[in-house]
Design a protein around this ligand. Structure first.
Ligand code: SPQ
Length: 746
């Protein structure tokens, strides 16, 4: 069957010659031919049957056995022969008059090919563009040639210093025409990377299968081999000749990674022999999350499902009422701090009720990167094997904080005092948030910190500085700044005290005390002194009032609702949302109040109520700072006008929460007017509409709740980051009667 060329765009080049009509060369030829990228595609292969099939299948226009006659008038020559045949083919090509033909190749190791090319091509090396498509299939031969093989696959080109820019651009365009994602890399770097990511795993798979096959009880080994063995050794089914070529061609780089791996393997062996469970647990817990962690960093996203990294849409249906009893996930602020202080403590800290949201996971990962062994989270249980105040180790790369401002700001205080350098990075949203609020006072304590432009991330923190305690009058009410400085104060000479202009959440102060570290709190000032230790403890994280807030508003605005939220943290520095809703006429009562692990907790009963607009007292702003997006929804459902002032901090959260909420409310027909430090909202009917969460979890959830009083569906874009603080939000919504789901899954 001959495949017809698609359309007839102007060809990019004249004659393409593909030497080697296997899967790789055949797919390159076929893809370019079908797309009309070359005026003629000529195939060369020693095997007559491959040549015949290539023409018959439409992979090439014609095929030749003789390299010299095939290459007459060639504009681009692609070498897709086995690695160890490259030397021979390059030698033959060097003897031909190829004019200005561009040479390129598809070999999996580059150093050896480049060495040969330099030796045989002389001046013509300028026209050589080494390349490596990272694609393949278990099938082989020209019959498997697939015009789409390279679509969305990486192709690495390794241009040399002398490579002609025009030649490189042409090869770039050819791969791009096949839909490949082309990157450039130095030859040595390519070989190092591939040795680690591809060659070493193949060596291990071949080696393991062969080693087990040699053992006397080999039949039993293979008979009882389960999925793990099959998964691990799948690649031992690859083409032995091709892999033999690769290992010989990329010998130096493979040996380097193999030696490093052997060192790590020896350490594992010693740990097994010596019963060193701590080492084993460290390796296993880190490895378990490493793959996912790195893909998150590469996509520069928060810790959310790659499938939904771009635009996860929530579709919220109008109307409904709420009933039942639910427990929302653990408090985010307390979860972060449990990992930080647990890591710095001496002994093993057990955490219950941990929030398995993406922000708190970023904090766990950061401490794992600094050598702390952390088990879990599993059903909210985390075990932190503390290393003491001076036991953190230098991470090998930047610490990635995803979407989490709390992780970045609190960690900066801690890291400013470590003996090693660190770099803190984050996703697109976090990279826009102000960090001078922590960098400036830390510098006054002697820290050396560089920020990105305008005081934004990344933060480059120079280690080995001797910090000195100081007194700091915070210009803004921020628990993150306060906590950052208190953590730095654990290492600074003398006392460090922080005075806040208004009360903010005091989880750091409470938890430090819970770990046995003395903290003095007098009025608005908290003080720590270095020289004490943290002792491991048990932490029970209460349910997050910031997550409960969505349901407090939901049950208040949806007629006929009655809901109980269990075990919610009601730390007085966090209960502004309850106070504000009560001032608006909300029907909320606290039941079964108790203190758990130093934090007050209650079950909260909420019933629907006729809300009225109010002027929100400015003293309540820091106590409800994260709940304003959903309080704006309450205001939109209230009778009369609600006015918020003194809340300019809302403009520097995961999004500009004043503007983004105002835009969404207006899109739903609500009268909302943003002001520099707040908003004015006139309650009234809510229509349906299309709104954008701008990657801000709290905005996405707030508009989901608004639908309860909407007259038509609300479509909410960019909701993936809901997973940063409230991973099971949609499930709990469904459980209590809020009809919101991922679009397409209602
Ligand atoms: O961690 P992050 O991204 O800064 O999270 C937010 C949130 O809405 O979840 C703020 F956007 O919460 C902060 C909160 O606003 C968590 C926090 C803490 O744990 O110390 C303190 C508050 O921030 P700030 O800037 O007022 O100190």
């Amino acid at each position: 069957m001959v495949t017809e060329r698609q359309g007839s765009p102007k060809p990019l080049i004249g004659r393409l010659v593909v030497v080697g009509l296997g899967l790789i060369g055949g797919s390159f030829a076929r893809g370019l031919r079908e797309r009309g990228v070359c005026r003629e595609v000529v195939g060369v292969d020693l095997d007559a049957e491959s040549r015949r099939l290539a023409v018959q299948l439409g992979v090439v226009d014609r095929s030749e056995a003789d390299l010299a006659s095939a290459c007459v008038g060639a504009e681009v020559i692609m070498l897709a022969v086995p690695l160890l045949a490259m030397e021979r083919v390059l030698g033959q090509l060097a003897a031909l008059d190829l004019q200005d033909a561009i040479l390129t190749d598809a070999g999996s190791a580059k150093g050896s090919i480049v060495r040969v090319a330099r030796a045989v091509l002389g001046e013509r090396i300028r026209h050589f563009v080494p390349g490596h498509p990272i694609a393949g299939s278990e099938q082989s031969g020209v019959e498997a040639a697939n015009a789409s093989l390279y679509r969305r696959h990486k192709v690495i080109l390794t241009p040399l210093a002398e490579t002609d820019a025009g030649a490189l651009a042409t090869v770039d365009r050819l791969w791009q025409a096949l839909g490949a994602d082309v990157e450039h890399m130095a030859v040595e770097h390519h070989d190092e990377v591939l040795a680690a990511t591809s060659h070493l795993p193949h060596l291990l798979a071949f080696g393991l299968v062969d080693s087990l096959a040699h053992q006397s009880d080999n039949l039993d080994i293979f008979r009882y081999a389960a999925g793990g063995f099959r998964d691990f050794t799948r690649i031992a089914g690859s083409d032995p000749v091709m892999w033999h070529d690769i290992f010989l061609a990329n010998r130096e780089a493979v040996l380097r990674i193999l030696d490093r791996f052997q060192g790590d393997l020896d350490q594992l062996r010693r740990a097994v022999a010596g019963g060193d469970g701590h080492h084993l647990l460290g390796v296993f817990t880190r490895a378990r999350v490493a793959r996912e962690h790195f893909s998150k960093i590469l996509a520069r996203r928060a810790y959310v499902d790659a499938m939904h990294s771009n635009d996860l849409i929530f579709l919220a249906q109008p109307g409904g009422s709420l009933s039942g009893r639910i427990r929302v996930p653990g408090d985010k602020s307390i979860s972060h701090r449990s990992i930080m202080l647990g890591s710095l403590a001496e002994g093993v800290t057990e955490v219950e009720g941990f929030l398995e949201g993406e922000d708190a996971l970023a904090t766990i990962q950061a401490f794992r990167d600094m050598g702390v062994v952390i088990e879990g989270p599993h059903h909210g249980r985390v075990t932190v094997h503390g290393v003491g105040l001076h036991g953190l180790k230098a991470p090998v790369g930047p610490l990635y904080m995803g979407n989490s401002g709390t992780s970045m700001r609190l960690l900066s205080g801690l890291l400013a005092a470590q003996p090693f350098d660190t770099v803190l990075t984050g996703d697109a949203s976090l990279s826009k948030r102000p960090m001078n609020r922590v960098a400036k006072p830390l510098r006054e304590m002697g820290a050396v910190i560089e920020t990105g432009p305008e005081g934004r991330p990344p933060l480059n923190i120079k280690g080995g500085q001797a910090l000195t305690g100081m007194h700091y009058e915070m210009p803004m009410a921020s628990a993150q700044v306060k906590s950052c400085l208190l953590l730095a104060g654990l290492y600074a000479a003398g006392q460090t005290s922080v005075t806040e202009p208004a009360p903010t959440r005091d989880h750091t102060e409470r938890m430090l005390q819970g770990f046995g570290y003395p903290v003095q709190v007098e009025g608005a000032t908290a003080t720590v002194e270095s020289g004490h230790r943290l002792s491991a403890t048990r932490i029970e994280v209460p349910a997050d009032i910031s997550s409960a807030a969505f349901f407090l508003v939901a049950a208040s605005i949806a007629e006929g609702s009655e809901l109980v939220l269990e075990h919610v943290g009601i730390n007085p520095t966090r209960t502004g949302v309850i106070d504000i809703l009560k001032l608006m006429g909300g029907d909320i009562s606290l039941e079964n109040q108790r203190v758990v692990g130093g934090e007050p907790v209650a079950d909260i009963r909420v019933r629907s109520a006729k809300l009225k607009g109010i002027e929100i007292p400015e003293t309540l702003v820091p106590l409800a700072i994260d709940e304003f997006p959903v309080l704006f929804v309450a205001a939109a459902c209230a009778e009369g006008r609600t006015v918020l002032r003194g809340a300019e901090e809302l403009r520097v959260k995961e999004s500009d929460r004043i503007q983004v909420m105002a835009d969404g409310l207006i899109a739903c027909g609500v009268k909302a007017e943003p002001t520099p430090d707040g908003i004015i909202i006139d309650g009234g009917p809510i229509g349906g509409g299309e709104v954008w969460a701008h990657g801000d979890h709290r905005i996405a959830m707030s508009f989901s709740i608004a639908s309860l009083r909407a007259s038509a569906p609300i479509r909410i874009h960019d909701c993936a980051n809901v997973a940063t603080s409230f991973p099971n939000f949609l499930d709990l919504c469904a459980q209590v009667g809020v009809r919101v789901a991922r679009e397409g899954q209602a």
